[in-house]
Design a protein around this ligand. Structure first.
Ligand code: HEM
Length: 471
């Protein structure tokens, strides 16, 4: 059995020059046409296997999850995270007991702080009320929503982590939102690929140093946050994620487990990062499309008005009465393609995939983007069309190829929170406002800016009030 085929690598550079480093998605698609759904590329000297299409993705991440759920430990992103913290958190932790312990704790704590309960919905609605007020102030003017959604998403996850929200002008808020926006474009972007491919350039003063500097400052800020929190904490009475983690640390003492304050700092940065940039970029995509497909926007508004009627605000349960809105939100996530190459995985043992041999330690690139627009899986793979999620009776259905959160053991830990946020924010804003693409804005640009998370190119919107506030 052979290693997957792929373009011939150059010494030292690997396949660096054969990929458009600004946005390699089209090149990865071209290579799949030439070499098939499982092929190899070289990141410098290191082999990586790119997995395309649902069948191969499922075989790797679900059927053979135990072999394919590791994380490479020597990419730029690992070095950046480790620059100060002595721990990898959960996103970058390898597939081992430490990751399992941290992930289980994370899921349980998210549940305790309101997932599936009213508290989380209330937090989301409160933040949505805040952005509603800011949008109201922009009626009749041009509004750039770029920071608005990042600030809102950041505050929602901050409620879980610290039980507090920040003013949008607060330095803490501005620093972290800026950090997420900037570094998410460096990691899988051109400079990240150069760093990963050519080790001798790593100490040069190139743009990737910025990520190291920002993460150093981020770590200092986390330490202050944890220290301040300790002053007011009452053991056994957790108010938020940090308290719960410190309680767990007390309980475990020196039991040799993976729980530590370094881990805590890395974990809260993971959740804050993953919970902000993904949601904000999906919301930016949502309103870009809704403005440019006004009929779809109106149909959503009709359904929302019918279901909510005189109800003051929506709740997550309302989604079951709103199949069209559900279909639209899922279609937005499909075209938003927010995390196109997932987080890279790594094989944890010698294994096989679709008949090929893949040795332990090989970087695995799950090309989620390829599945989200795979022909044969969708009614309209290359168009924005909510029918992709509706059956003949107009009921909401979710095809198996809907994998924006990935699949298998490493699947997104924040999926439920993300779905709740997207539904409550989109429904609340569409109920209250009509969003209009400005006449002088020209043709919309749908191709996003590539990165570990993708962002729509900046745009402005016009807003009209369409319903009164209910009390
Ligand atoms: C639209 C929103 C979101 C999308 C599209 C998304 C997507 C993803 C993807 C593709 C992965 C990688 C999975 C893999 O390695 O196979 C991931 C991992 C992760 N996500 Fe999300 N995510 C979203 C929101 C969130 C939120 C709100 C949180 C925080 C509560 C979060 C926390 C995480 C964490 C902690 C991981 C790492 C899981 C692990 O390695 O075990 N995500 N997400």
């Amino acid at each position: 059995k052979e290693f997957p085929p792929g373009p011939r690598p150059l010494p030292i550079l690997g396949n660096l020059l054969q990929l458009n480093l600004k946005n390699p998605i089209a090149d990865l698609e071209r290579l799949a046409k030439r070499y098939g759904n499982v092929y190899s590329i070289f990141i410098g000297k290191r082999p990586a296997v790119v997995i395309n299409g649902l069948q191969a993705l499922k075989e790797a991440l679900v059927t053979k999850a135990a072999d394919f759920s590791g994380r490479s430990q020597d990419l730029m992103v690992n070095h950046v995270v480790l620059v100060k913290a002595n721990a990898q958190g959960v996103i970058l932790a390898d597939y081992n007991t430490a990751w399992k312990e941290q992930r289980r704790f994370g899921l349980m704590t998210l549940r305790n702080f309101g997932l599936g309960k009213q508290t989380m919905e209330q937090n989301i609605l409160r933040e949505t009320d805040h952005i509603t007020q800011l949008i109201e102030q922009s009626v009749g003017k041009m509004l750039n929503p770029q920071l608005l959604f990042h600030n809102a998403a950041s505050n929602i996850i901050c409620q879980v982590l610290f039980a507090r929200r920040f003013d949008y002008e607060d330095e803490f808020m501005k620093f972290f939102v800026g950090l997420f926006q900037e570094t998410s474009k460096i990691f899988n972007g051109r400079w990240g690929m150069i760093y990963d491919s050519i080790p001798i350039v790593r100490n040069l003063p190139l743009p990737f140093r910025k990520a190291f500097e920002l993460f150093k400052v981020a770590h200092e800020k986390r330490l202050v946050m944890v220290a301040e929190n300790k002053k007011t904490r009452i053991p056994g009475k957790p108010r938020h994620f940090i308290d719960s983690y410190l309680d767990e640390l007390d309980k475990r003492g020196d039991d040799g487990s993976s729980f530590s304050e370094d881990q805590l700092c890395a974990f809260i940065l993971d959740l804050h990062f993953a919970g902000t940039d993904t949601i904000a970029n999906t919301l930016l995509t949502a309103f870009l499309y809704l403005m440019n497909y006004p009929k779809i926007q109106e149909r959503c508004q009709q359904e929302i008005d019918n279901v909510l009627d005189e109800k003051k605000e929506p709740c997550f349960e309302d989604r079951h009465q709103m199949p069209y809105v559900q279909a639209v939100i899922h279609e937005i996530q499909r075209v938003a393609d927010t995390v196109p190459l997932s987080v890279f995985h790594c094989t944890s043992k010698d294994t096989q995939l679709m008949g090929y041999s893949i040795p332990k330690g090989t970087i695995i690139i799950p090309n989620l983007s390829s599945v989200l627009k795979e022909e044969g899986q969708w009614k309209s793979p290359h168009e924005f069309n909510p029918e992709n999620f509706l059956n003949d009776r107009g009921e909401f259905v979710k095809p198996e190829a809907f994998v924006p959160f990935s699949t298998g053991h490493r699947m997104c830990l924040g999926e439920v929170l993300a779905r709740m946020e997207l539904f409550l924010i989109v429904v609340t804003l569409l109920r209250r406002f009509k969003f209009i693409w400005p006449e002088d804005a020209g043709e919309p640009e749908y191709t996003p800016v590539f990165g570990s998370t993708q962002t729509p190119k900046p745009y402005s919107m016009k807003v009209q009030v369409r319903s009164r506030r209910l009390s």
